[in-house]
Design a protein around this ligand. Structure first.
Ligand code: CO
Length: 223
């Protein structure tokens, strides 16, 4: 379907009208305050629209997206968003969501040069290099999917190790970080078992999840 910007504006007017008709006062209530329980950190890919996938309405999901769902400790944009979510909105869960078939992960896996973004994807290549032995041992057709999963686990670990999360846990704030991966082919989200709800979990959970996903990728039982 080909659309022009004016069609989008018309669609927006129809959506706003239908939403207000279904739930009178919806927008005026939301305009006063947002109090989302969840934060989503995902890929910018147009096929992975955060709210739709989990059936959450405006006001229910605080979202940060970038190429290949990367969270690095020098990225003020991501960290500021996390800080706002944790300290002001007091979200209870932060979910890092990757997806299979991610072009950024593919470029990192195959050493493809895409331009300026190569510097950003260097972070995903770093994940690949850290786990090169396990990845190289996998059948070639599984490597990219497993790197998608490993990238989610590593980025979830980065969120959990950030000063924002460490400080929140030190204050006694209840807050968990999770890692999920989305299947473009079936529309399903998979939990990668990297849920961290305190500083101790950060030390153990990502390493175990990485071992599990390397074993599952190789078709073996986890060790
Ligand atoms: Co992607």
């Amino acid at each position: 379907m080909s659309t022009e910007p004016n069609d989008l504006l018309a669609a927006n007017r129809a959506w706003a009208g239908a939403t207000e008709a279904r739930e009178p006062g919806f927008f005026t209530r939301l305009a006063r305050q947002q109090s989302p329980r969840y934060m989503w950190i995902g890929c910018a890919d147009s096929r992975v629209p955060a709210n739709e996938l989990v059936s959450l309405l405006p006001g229910e999901l605080f979202v940060h997206r970038n190429v290949a769902n990367v969270v690095v400790h020098s990225d003020l944009n991501a960290l500021s968003t996390v800080q706002f979510a944790v300290e002001h909105l007091k979200v209870a869960h932060i979910i890092v969501v990757g997806h299979y078939g991610c072009a950024g992960v593919r470029a990192a896996m195959r050493d493809l040069r895409v331009g300026l973004a190569d510097n950003w994807l260097r972070h995903v290549q770093d994940v690949r290099l850290r786990h090169r032995e396990q990845l190289d041992a996998l059948p070639p057709e599984r490597q990219e999917d497993v790197l998608c999963e490993m990238n989610v686990i590593e980025q979830a670990g980065n969120v959990a190790r950030s000063t924002v999360l460490q400080d929140a846990w030190a204050r006694g704030q209840k807050l968990a970080v999770h890692g999920w991966v989305y299947g473009l082919r079936d529309g399903l989200l998979k939990d990668l078992g990297v849920t961290m709800d305190g500083p101790q979990a950060v030390l153990e959970v990502p390493a175990a999840a990485l071992r599990r996903c390397a074993c599952a990728g190789a078709g073996q039982e986890p060790q």
